[in-house]
Design a protein around this ligand. Structure first.
Ligand SMILES: [Fe+2]
Ligand SMILES: [Fe+2]
Length: 433
């Protein structure tokens, strides 16, 4: 346990903007929920906006969202259909019964009831239940992400022999880890949205917002808030918001960061094999013991999936060739973009993609060797195939980005530069065909 926790500071303005976004989200739930003022609601300046007992809808909301309130809105209202622990357990049960990855988790432990029983034991104080209700109704995917994270957390707690109270803290943190996201404007979280620097800051502080919400809840041990604060940190120091390294990250924080990434993988990949490989890829950022616990749930894969592993050698070689061409074109574009503000985000994307390839051991001058060296190892061939597939996805995104920002990109380039971008587009299209 850490004695002193490094918490990045949020300005008054950032806190107020986040709170206003949350209040607006609550106001938009009017058609799904009956929301009633439990007490008089006041603005920060002491003006009474709504009387206790008022059903809050339409015009009343206008009054509320246009003012800064004297306290968070959820403290002053009640919901007719508030999230309960039973509802969370029931959602978790159906996930464990129907989704392959979670079926595996339940079957890989000696006490299959453990996963649900440990979720049943958590406490959800009213104040947090209300916020979580808003999350459930306004952001269904985030709600599912939270519940699946709680299941994975429970599985890891079992393998790591966490005692009952630590297990409860971990599961609570897993369930609530992204509650700070409710203070981010949802439009900037759209995967197709390109973040400005200021928006990126908003996204990156959501663990801090979550920490601030949870640390004052007396029912929660302080480790819950700390784990939430650290859920995007990485062991190798590449995470955020504080770039902590190794044991600077609490044990629960280490588990939680792996938990939430694993959930994202289970959402992205349907094949357990792909999840397993992606976990293996990401070893540097996470506690290897916990990765190994997760990999245990795949231990019978090789028996079950002999056919699907066969990946055509020719296909991979061809795709590596395409990737090499994209790489070279991207270097060319970067040479024109260097130092130009209008091309900074394109250049950053290109650099990140090249960096990821280099990290994987891809050499654009000798792309065949990556396959040749590994071809006798089925596991490595799978890893290369997964890398290729991941990379092609990124290529699709990159192409969309270039199309979407065409004018801005072309504006900063001379004839030769424009030609380089057009070549890159051609290579991208060939690769993703
Ligand atoms: Fe997060
Ligand atoms: Fe998350």
């Amino acid at each position: 346990m850490q004695d002193e926790i490094k918490v990045p500071q949020l300005s008054e303005e950032e806190l107020a903007t986040g709170e206003a976004i949350f209040t607006r989200t609550v106001s938009e739930l009017g058609d799904k929920q009956t929301i009633v003022a439990q007490e008089d609601i006041y603005s920060e300046t002491g003006i009474k906006l709504v009387s206790s007992g008022t059903k809050i809808r339409d015009k009343v909301w206008d009054r509320i969202v246009n003012h800064k309130l004297n306290k968070p809105i959820t403290e002053s209202v009640s919901f007719d259909n508030c999230v309960t622990v039973e509802e969370i357990v029931s959602n978790a049960r159906s996930i464990i019964q129907t989704e392959l990855f979670y079926i595996r988790l339940a079957h890989s432990i000696s006490d299959p009831k453990y996963l649900l029983n440990s979720i049943k034991n958590i406490t959800l104080p009213q104040q947090i239940a209300k916020k979580f209700t808003v999350l459930r109704d306004a952001r269904p995917r985030l709600f599912q992400h939270s519940i699946r994270s709680a299941i994975i957390a429970s599985y890891l707690a079992f393998f790591h022999n966490l005692d009952a109270s630590e297990c409860e803290r971990l599961i609570t943190a897993a369930l609530l880890h992204d509650i700070g996201e409710m203070h981010i404007d949802p439009s900037i979280l759209d995967p197709n949205h390109i973040l400005t620097a200021e928006e990126r800051r908003f996204v990156c502080v959501h663990p801090v917002t979550g920490y601030l919400m949870l640390k004052s809840i007396s029912e929660f041990h302080r480790d819950v808030a700390t784990a939430v604060l650290q859920h995007h940190e990485r062991l190798d120091g590449s995470g955020y918001p504080s770039w902590l390294k190794g044991n600077q990250i609490s044990l629960l924080g280490q588990v939680l960061s792996l938990v939430e990434v694993t959930e994202a993988l289970t959402y992205k990949f349907l094949e357990p094999r792909e999840i397993r490989l992606a976990l293996n890829f990401n070893r540097k950022g996470f506690n290897p013991n916990f990765i190994d616990y997760l990999l245990q749930s795949f231990k019978d894969d090789d028996i079950n999936y002999p056919e699907e592993i066969s990946i055509k050698e020719g296909d991979i070689k061809k795709q590596l060739g395409h990737i090499s061409s994209v790489y070279n074109s991207s270097v060319k574009v970067s040479s024109f973009a260097e130092g130009k503000e209008s091309l900074a985000s394109l250049n950053n994307r290109l650099k990140t993609l090249r960096y990821q390839l280099a990290e994987f051991g891809f050499d654009p001058k000798d792309h065949e060797s990556l396959f040749e060296i590994n071809k006798e190892e089925p596991e490595s061939v799978e890893a290369i195939a997964l890398m290729v597939r991941e990379y092609l996805w990124h290529n699709k995104d990159l192409l969309l980005f270039i199309e979407y920002n065409k004018e801005q990109i072309e504006e900063g380039l001379d004839k030769e530069g424009k030609q380089a971008v057009s070549d890159l587009k051609k290579q991208l299209m060939t690769a993703i065909k």
